[in-house]
Design a binder for this molecule. Structure first.
Ligand code: X5A
Ligand code: ZN
Length: 678
């Protein structure tokens, strides 16, 4: 299993710069690269990465995507004087040439390919390349939008050719539409391209009709181009997360890529003068964490835009920290996507319905002209304030954003050590212990008895149970004291252990503890005060038990043929969990579990996006391979193999939809359509 994170940086790429005055291009400055690298140094992230040198991309590699003519024009600029450079630049929409541009652009291509090679060869697990000029706007025969060669598109073609890849996912979270990438792969079903972008009903640059949600690809490539247009500025963390839950991730899991490449622009982050969005740096940790669950962790992140230096630097750091496997910082603030975001999400889901099994059964017939209508609505109300304006006003005030970020990052850069898993040495544990696992000394019996004190006391007469509770509590204590990040405990009574864990952490002072219980849960703690949220995944409906806001029962039996659990995790469990924003997650596996090992591992991996990755697993099943997989997922050492994708049955899709409808007022991240609820 590959480990390590590559970082590619070459200061030569900071020599490309604008030589004349041009108010459109003057934001693409060399400091974007150097100050991001300095920021990485200041967080001591550079020294934790594997340094990989950049190289020049070869002409042959550039010709994988571009015309010979385009290459020759670019090459000819090396010896031009300023006047000539300016004249060639004027042939393109928003591009500037400098005598070093051609060399820098070849380095940007080569750096990207070096990263692909490092990841594909298994030298590292993942990595990031800091490059200039960026690439995603450039086209076969044209520079565009600060981009000369399409680094990411060349990388995808290169990976197909050199490693025989058949499925590559490109995620473009830059705030602009990477129309260059769309054009290159429009007819290619082997590359799934996802882009969200500021669109404002085609008013925002590059103002193309083909950036809208109905551009789904052409010919054989139909269904493999996903555009999510943002029709308002001010989109924030919850809008981005909703887009991942309800659009990108379901499609990405179904697509099952062999490699993921990110067109990683940070102009979609707060403070950016181009994007005018509100997403804070830690959202990029979450986006990265999600993508790390695909393609066996093979993830290449390539810099594109990002023009607010401080915001850019912090977001780059969040990305690299996450690639390294650090705990994921908590996202705070109201977790509800805005109406305009939900509308866009609904539209792209409807447009892609014919091509993806996971939404084949959803009723989207009511959708006609929704976007047009809301456009008219927007025009009519253009004088009234939008829902976003209250969030953070005037975010192009760069100084103000800088102050905000400084305070904000101090709050979220929690003093948690790199992921460590706690466990108790017990029979068979040597099979899943690895170096990051700490052994915890068990507590003595009187200590445990005093902790359980009266509560559940009748249940803990048996020594064996007492001991296992002691193990669990010892592990939990380590997590509460932030000595470790997560832990795993075997237990002969998972429901009791989970109940004790919940009560203990609430007593410790946690305001919100999430418990995901897989299997039959014989004890249900009282959840009335809202300090616990229980999601019970079980095979059969429990008679007499009705779901309520803080105690939800999800009847789900995983398909025997393969994995159909994605739809429940992405369509329901994660949105609820992210809406709740727990301080700790307990995952318990009890008797009669209706999920397979890979389903449980998927849950464990994805739930680590919550509660600063604090998670304790309590497992009743003695099956060693289950313990091993959960321990692995907790260590972040590998992403579980998911097996073949099985689309959920109509009945299951209906079930998820019904649950979403039932709870979307209370857990707002469930919202992905404007028909009902909002
Ligand atoms: C890479 C990137 C933006 C171009 C904006 C032109 N390009 N107005 O973010
Ligand atoms: Zn951009």
């Amino acid at each position: 299993m590959a480990s390590g994170t590559a970082l590619i940086y070459d200061e030569k790429m900071a020599t490309h710069k604008l030589l004349w005055s041009d108010p459109i291009c003057d934001i693409e400055v060399p400091e974007r690269l150097s100050s991001s690298y300095e920021q990485l140094k200041s967080y001591h992230l550079v020294e934790r990465c594997v340094p990989v040198p950049a190289r020049e991309g070869s002409e042959e590699e550039i010709l994988l995507v571009h015309s010979l003519e385009h290459l020759e024009v670019a090459k000819s600029t090396q010896t031009m004087n300023e006047e000539e450079l300016k004249r060639v630049s004027e042939n393109y929409d928003a591009f500037f040439f400098h005598p070093s541009t051609y060399h820098c652009a070849r380095l940007a291509v080569g750096a990207t390919l070096q990263l692909v090679d490092a990841v594909m060869s298994g030298e590292v697990r993942n990595g990031m390349a800091l490059v200039r000029p960026p690439g995603h706007h450039s086209q076969r025969n044209a520079a565009n939008g600060f981009c000369l060669f399409n680094n990411v598109a060349i990388a995808a073609e290169y990976a197909k050719l050199k490693y025989g890849l058949q499925r590559i996912l490109i995620v473009d979270w830059d705030v602009h539409h990477g129309q260059g990438i769309q054009y290159i792969f429009e007819e290619d079903p082997s590359v799934l391209y996802f882009s969200w972008h500021r669109y404002e009903h085609q008013e925002f640059w590059p103002s193309l009709k083909e950036s809208d949600y109905d551009a789904v690809g052409l010919g054989k490539g139909k269904g493999f181009n996903i555009n999510l247009p943002w029709n308002k500025v001010g989109m924030g963390n919850s809008d981005y997360l909703a887009a991942f839950f309800h659009v990108l991730l379901p499609m990405a899991f179904e697509f099952d890529p062999e490699l993921v490449i990110v067109s990683s622009g940070y102009d979609s982050g707060i403070g950016d003068p181009e994007g005018q969005m509100n997403a804070t740096p830690e959202v990029f940790a979450h986006l990265t964490h999600f993508l790390m669950q695909l393609a066996n962790g093979k993830l290449c992140v390539i810099l594109e835009g990002g023009y607010h230096l401080k915001s850019l630097g912090e977001s780059v750091c969040m990305t690299v920290k996450t690639l390294l496997g650090d705990p994921v910082p908590q996202i705070t603030g109201e977790m509800a996507p805005c109406l305009s975001a939900v509308e866009s999400i609904q539209n792209v889901r409807a447009a892609h319905k014919p091509y993806w099994k996971w939404l084949a059964y959803e009723d989207t017939s009511f959708l006609q002209n929704l976007s047009t209508k809301s456009h008219l609505l927007k025009k009519a109300n253009s004088n009234t304030s939008t829902e976003h304006e209250t969030k953070i006003t005037n975010n192009n005030n760069t100084v103000k954003v800088e102050r905000f970020l400084e305070l904000h990052m101090k709050n979220i850069l929690f003093p948690v050590p790199p992921i460590k898993t706690a466990t108790i040495g017990s029979e068979g544990s040597e099979h899943f212990l690895s170096e990051h696992v700490q052994l915890v000394k068990e507590m003595d019996k009187t200590e445990i008895k005093s902790l359980v004190s009266g509560f559940y006391a009748d249940l803990v007469e048996e020594d064996k149970i007492l001991l296992s509770l002691g193990s669990m509590l010892a592990i939990l204590d380590k997590i509460l004291k932030k000595e470790v990040c997560n832990g795993i405990a075997a237990s002969p009574t998972a429901a009791l252990s989970a109940a004790v864990a919940l009560r203990h952490s609430v007593r410790f002072g946690f305001q919100r503890v999430l418990c995901v219980f897989v299997g039959d849960m014989q004890i249900t703690p009282n959840t009335e005060d809202g300090k616990m949220l229980i999601i019970n995944i079980c095979e059969k409906e429990q008679p007499g038990k009705t779901s309520c806001k803080h105690c939800i029962s999800l009847n789900w039996k995983e398909d025997a043929e393969g994995n159909d659990f994605f739809s429940a995790v992405l369509g329901f469990i994660l949105p609820v969990a992210y809406s709740y924003q727990p301080n700790l997650t307990v995952i318990a596996v009890g008797p009669n579990r209706s999920l397979g090992i890979s389903g449980i591992s998927l849950l464990v991996a994805l739930l680590q996006g919550l509660a600063e990755s604090r998670i304790v697993a309590v497992i009743e099943d003695t099956e060693i391979s289950l313990l091993q997989s959960v321990a692995k997922a907790l260590g972040g050492a590998s992403t579980p193999p998911f097996g073949i994708y099985v689309p959920p049955t109509q009945e299951k899709v209906k079930k998820i939809k019904a649950l979403r409808d039932q709870f979307q007022q209370e857990w707002k991240m469930l919202q992905c359509s404007v028909k009902d609820g909002i």
